[in-house]
Design a protein around this ligand. Structure first.
Ligand code: ATP
Length: 424
C-alpha cells in the first residue's frame, strides 16, 4: 500500500526547519518501509504572509505493509510533537496522510496553493473529499502545505542537498571554508548553482538563521550536487545530510494572467505597457504597467540592487513582459518584479545643440539663443532631436541570486526563459 506523508509549518525564526524533521523521519521510516523516491521539498506560494522563510513543505511516499501503517503514522506524529517549535505564535504545524494513488482534485489543490492564497477550510474540504487524514496542531495552518506537497505533480524538478548541524552548534555562526565553496562551484556550475555570489564574492550555501541547516547545495544533476557537497570543507561537524527532490527553480509558480485579474498573493507573468515614468522611494524603484484590462504598480525593491538600473531605463510606452508576485505595499497592490523582458521599446529622443554652422565649434545656451564658444556666432535656439540608445537589450533581466525567490528559475538553467517568452 502506498502511504504519502506531508508535513508543514513546524519551524519559526527561532529555530527548527521542516526539512530537518523530514530528513530525520525519512531515515527513520526507511527502516520500516520502502521509500518510493527521495523526500520532496515543495515550495508553495512565495507571497503569502505566514511563511517563515521560503514557504517550504515536505512530503514523502513509502510502500508500506498495511499492518505497519499505524506504527508509521504514530512515529510521524511523535516526531512532530517532539521537534516542532510550538512556542512561536506563527508556528501551526499540520500533518497529512494519504493512502493509494493521488487524485486529480488534490493535484489541482496543490497548484492553487502554489499560485494563489488558500484557506485552512479549503484544505480540510479537499482532504475530506480525497480521503486524506489530517492532524492540526494549534491553528493547524500547516495542513495546507502538508496536503499540497503530497499532491504536487513535480513534473519539473531540481535537487537540493541539505546538510544539518549538530544541536550544540545551532544558533552559532556557521563555519564553512569559503575558498572550498568557490572551488567546488567552479567545478560544477551550472549543474549546481547559487553556491556563491560571483559579484559580491560571498558564499550563498549557508543560511543565517538559528535553524539546524548548515548548508544547502542546489543543482539539476544529483551526482554533481553530491560531489560538490564532498568538495566543500566544513569546519564544524555535519550531523547528517539529505538529498531532496524539489520544485525550486522551476518557475512553476508563474501563471500567465491579465493585469486586471491579478489578486493579492498571486504569482504571475503579465504583458503590458509602461504607463508613466518610474519613481523612487527609499531606494525602491516603482513604475506602473497597464494592459487593456487594468493597471498595476510594479516594484524593484532595494535588495534587487543592480537589477534596478535596468528598471530605471524603462520609459512610458515601452511594452514589456513582467513576472513576479503580487503583494500589498503601502496599501497598494504591487507586482514584486522577479524578471522582465522588453518586447517593444519606444525611441528615446534627446534634444542636442547643433554645432556652430560657421566654424563647427560647440554652441552654448544663452537664454533663447545659442552662442559659439569659439567664434562667438549667435543663432536662435533650435535644438536637434537625436535618437539615443536605450541601454536595454532584447533579453530577460532577472534579480540577483540572493534576491531570487526559491521558485524562480535562474536564466543559466535550460527553460529559464520559457514562462516569460511564452507570452510573446
Ligand atoms: P521553511 O521554509 O523554513 O520551512 P516556511 O517559510 O515554509 O519555513 P512555514 O512555517 O511552512 O514557513 O509557514 C507557511 C504556512 O503557510 C504553512 O502553514 C502553510 O501551510 C501555509 N501555506 C502554504 N501555502 C499557502 C497558500 N497558498 N495559501 C495560504 N497558506 C499557505
Amino acid at each position: 500500500m502506498l502511504l504519502h506523508i506531508g508535513i508543514d509549518d513546524t519551524d519559526s525564526p527561532n529555530g527548527m526547519c521542516t526539512t530537518y524533521l523530514g530528513a530525520l523521519l525519512y531515515r527513520e521510516l526507511s527502516r520500516l518501509a520502502e521509500p518510493m523516491d527521495l523526500p520532496r521539498l515543495i515550495r508553495l506560494n512565495p507571497n503569502i504572509p505566514y511563511k517563515t522563510r521560503g514557504n517550504g513543505a515536505v512530503s514523502m511516499t513509502f510502500e508500506v505493509e498495511e499492518g505497519l501503517i499505524p506504527e508509521i503514522k504514530n512515529a510521524v506524529l511523535f516526531y512532530v510533537n517532539q521537534l516542532a517549535d510550538f512556542t512561536h505564535e506563527n508556528t501551526n504545524p499540520g500533518v497529512v496522510f494519504l493512502e493509494g494513488a493521488i487524485p486529480e482534485e488534490l493535484r489541482e489543490f496543490s497548484l492553487r496553493a502554489l499560485r494563489e492564497h488558500v484557506t485552512i477550510e479549503e484544505a480540510e474540504r479537499v482532504a475530506g473529499k480525497v480521503g486524506a487524514e489530517y492532524f492540526k496542531f494549534k491553528l493547524g495552518r500547516g495542513i495546507i502545505g502538508a496536503l499540497a506537497s503530497i499532491g504536487y505533480p513535480l513534473e519539473r524538478f531540481t535537487y537540493e542537498l541539505l546538510a544539518y548541524r549538530e544541536r550544540e552548534n545551532w544558533g552559532r555562526p556557521r563555519r564553512v571554508d569559503s575558498e572550498s565553496v568557490f572551488m567546488a562551484d567552479r567545478w560544477s556550475y551550472p549543474f549546481t548553482y547559487d553556491n556563491v555570489d560571483p559579484y559580491k564574492k560571498t558564499v550563498l550555501i549557508t543560511p543565517h538563521g538559528k535553524d539546524p541547516v548548515l548548508a544547502g547545495i542546489r543543482g539539476v544533476d544529483a551526482g554533481k550536487v553530491l560531489q560538490t557537497f564532498e568538495m566543500v570543507r566544513f569546519e564544524e561537524p555535519v550531523a547528517f545530510h539529505q538529498l531532496y527532490k524539489t520544485n525550486q527553480n522551476t518557475d512553476d509558480h508563474l501563471t500567465p494572467k491579465k493585469i486586471g485579474e491579478l489578486k493579492l498573493y498571486d504569482s504571475a507573468v503579465v504583458r503590458g505597457r509602461v504607463a508613466k515614468p518610474y519613481w523612487e522611494r527609499g531606494r525602491h524603484v516603482f513604475f506602473e504597467l497597464e494592459d487593456e484590462t487594468g493597471r498595476i504598480r510594479v516594484a524593484a525593491f532595494e535588495p534587487t540592487k543592480k537589477f534596478r538600473n535596468y528598471v530605471r531605463k524603462l520609459l512610458p510606452g515601452d511594452e514589456i513582459i513582467a513576472a513576479g508576485g503580487v503583494k500589498e505595499h503601502e496599501g497598494v497592490l504591487t507586482l514584486n518584479l522577479e524578471k522582465f523582458y522588453p518586447v517593444k521599446l519606444v525611441p528615446k529622443v534627446e534634444y542636442q545643440k547643433p554645432k556652430c554652422p560657421r566654424c563647427g565649434g560647440t554652441m552654448k545656451s544663452k537664454g533663447d539663443y545659442l552662442k559659439c564658444k569659439r567664434c562667438g556666432y549667435r543663432m536662435p535656439k533650435k535644438l536637434i532631436p537625436v535618437e539615443v540608445p536605450r541601454g536595454l537589450e532584447r533579453k530577460i533581466y532577472e534579480v540577483p541570486p540572493d534576491a531570487r525567490k526559491h521558485l524562480s528559475r535562474p536564466l543559466v538553467l535550460p527553460g529559464g526563459e520559457e514562462r516569460i517568452l511564452g507570452l510573446l
